[in-house]
Design a protein around this ligand. Structure first.
Ligand SMILES: [Zn+2]
Length: 268
């Protein structure tokens, strides 16, 4: 069976250290951190090791990605923040860094300046031996341009984003050959006004939305993927849906969803 993993930070009013215990007890072997410069990376890594969890990736900080594509000093600062995240990942032997290339409903035009800045990020990852993955978000065109320009970055397939932001587009058909990482979570698709909305990005546990997981996992398997089935679920994205669930119950439920995915994967 493929390794099962989940995003790991402080949820439901509990500390990340407590969450690590619950995730490990539920059965997860691998986790990823929403990395930022303020966190105590050393303590996070030590805690994970104590719980027997592998920290497989850092999610790069949520900078203002739009500015990377625009004539704006903030674009340079955002570039440096992501490069810093890559260096810290290398220092702690975290193999993957996952980054967005855009993160807004009001996307700027693609630009040569943006490509130059992403080029610097790509070079930093190559230099430090970290596998850099870019994930699909609200729009595909920035990602397609980055992938057609640079050979080394891998694709992080965010199944939930595809379902609610870009329904009808099968990103695995476009970038599946360079699949490197997965963000698995569920939602109910795009709202009926057919305008992308962050309210649709529910980050529910697999099988608690209406994603066609057989179709999705078939595409993933066809690519030859043998990495971790990594959940990117979060009860905070869908306030009220999980009621008064405890963190312990939430991880048990998440693991049941991940295990069901793994079992389905094996039958395909
Ligand atoms: Zn994601």
């Amino acid at each position: 069976m493929l390794t099962l993993g989940c995003s790991l930070h402080d949820i439901l009013g509990t500390s990340y250290a407590e969450n690590m215990k619950h995730a490990a007890n539920a059965g997860f072997k691998s986790v990823f951190a929403l990395w930022n410069d303020d966190m105590d990376t050393e303590a996070y890594m030590n805690n994970a090791a104590k719980c027997g969890l592998t920290v497989e990736s850092f999610h790069a900080p949520f900078v203002n990605y739009s500015k990377i594509w625009e004539e704006d000093d903030e674009g340079d600062r955002a570039t440096e923040i992501i490069k810093h995240c890559i260096r810290v990942a290398a220092e702690y032997k975290v193999p993957y860094v996952v980054s967005h290339v855009i993160s807004t409903l009001d996307a700027p035009l693609t630009s040569n300046l943006g490509l130059c800045r992403f080029g610097k990020i790509v070079i930093e990852a190559e230099k430090y031996g970290v596998t850099l993955c870019f994930e699909n978000t609200e729009y595909i065109r920035h990602l397609a341009l980055v992938f057609s320009t640079f050979a080394s970055p891998k694709f992080c397939y965010d199944v939930g984003h595809e379902h609610c932001f870009t329904p009808g587009i099968r990103t695995m058909g476009m970038f599946g050959e360079r699949l490197g990482f997965l963000h698995l979570h569920d939602n109910l698709g795009m709202n009926k006004s057919y305008r992308a909305s962050h309210d649709d990005d529910l980050h529910r546990i697999p099988f608690e939305g209406d994603i066609d997981w057989t179709k999705t996992l078939t595409e993933i398997k066809k690519s030859g993927f043998d990495g971790t089935l990594m959940l990117e679920t979060d009860p905070g994205h869908d306030l009220g849906f999980y009621g008064s669930i405890t963190a312990e119950e939430y991880y048990a439920k998440s693991f049941a969803g991940a295990k069901k995915l793994a079992e389905l994967y094996e039958t395909l």
